[in-house]
Design a protein around this ligand. Structure first.
Ligand code: ATP
Ligand code: MG
Length: 283
């Protein structure tokens, strides 16, 4: 049995749950408890606030956890980042009032900066020889400059829209974050093995993200042209058809390239193109 801590509610909850489900670890949604048993894998799920996840994993309350890299860095707990999960992407940046001239980090010397990430900011400033006043506040960091609480902020940015609507501009991107899988450093051999199995399943799910399975009928003498249109992947599978001179071609394509590939393939005579969802890719 292995115990994973995930965010109880908030931005990472849904993707964390979806990842576990797609990896064959179902958690019944009915009457969700603080601690739930998964089906399909010897896994317990502990629902916590994201702030508490690094500590829970460091202390062994949970064996592993899914949390933003930003929280891992901020808490500074002794945990291992096992795997990047590719969702919950954001960055933590320094932003200043938009009318200010900005010529470099020295702008921040002697200034007051509001943030919920004093640990990361303190480290960044000391590495860069900047001495500034870090004002820790729990929320609504972006309004601090306009109400006179601070000269600048250090906060999470995803699109940048919140900054603009508060009259701020992003001047330094300090940390790029995404959800990560973390583990305690003293897991038993049994738990290490379960963790490796989970990572294997997560990778299979990740490889299939944004990929489609495509099959089509193609004149036999166009197979070489089709292979040129579909570079970068292993050769497509070619199966004979009952009708002479035709074959069935199967291939995995990236979703963002799907329509250009379809148009090119139609151009060389492909017919009856089917596009199917790709659920897992096992290597
Ligand atoms: P909790 O109640 O669990 O403490 P929270 O309010 O601290 O939740 P959320 O706003 O749910 O946290 O964000 C969780 C994580 O999602 C962040 O720590 C960060 O890693 C990631 N994230 C991705 N994009 C954003 C964004 N635009 N704003 C805030 N967090 C983001
Ligand atoms: Mg939090």
């Amino acid at each position: 049995m292995i115990r994973i801590a995930i965010q109880a509610k908030g931005r990472l909850n849904e993707d964390s749950m979806a990842l576990l489900t797609e990896a064959g670890m179902r958690i019944s949604e009915s009457r969700r408890k603080l601690l739930a048993q998964a089906e399909g894998f010897p896994l317990e799920v502990l629902y916590l606030r994201d702030d508490d996840i690094p500590q829970a994993v460091a202390d062994g309350v949970a064996d592993i956890g899914i949390v933003g890299l930003n929280e891992v860095e901020e808490r500074g707990k002794d945990v291992e980042v096992v795997h990047r999960l590719g969702f919950g992407k954001c960055r933590i940046s320094l932003a200043i009032p938009k009318e200010e001239d900005y010529e470099g980090l020295s702008w921040f010397s002697g200034k007051k900066i509001a943030t919920s990430y004093p640990g990361i900011l303190g480290k960044f400033f000391s590495e860069n020889g900047i001495s500034a006043n870090i004002e820790t506040i729990a929320g609504s960091v972006e309004i601090a400059p306009s109400v006179g609480m601070a000269d600048a902020i250090f906060d999470i940015v995803s699109s940048g829209g919140t900054l603009v609507s508060n009259g701020l501009k992003e001047v330094e991107k300090v940390l790029f974050s995404e959800a990560v899988l973390i583990a305690g450093k003293t897991l038993s051999e049994e738990k290490r093995q379960l963790l490796a199995q989970m990572v294997f399943r997560f990778e299979a799910v990740e490889r299939s993200r944004g990929m489609k399975y495509m099959l089509m009928n193609l004149p036999q003498d166009k197979v070489e042209d089709a292979v040129k249109i579909l570079p970068g992947m292993k050769s497509p599978t070619v199966l004979p058809l009952a009708q002479d001179g035709w074959c069935s071609l199967h291939v995995v394509v990236r979703e963002d390239e799907l329509w250009t590939k379809i148009e090119q393939l139609k151009g060389i005579g492909a017919e009856d193109i089917l596009v199917l969802a790709l659920e897992k890719t096992i290597r």
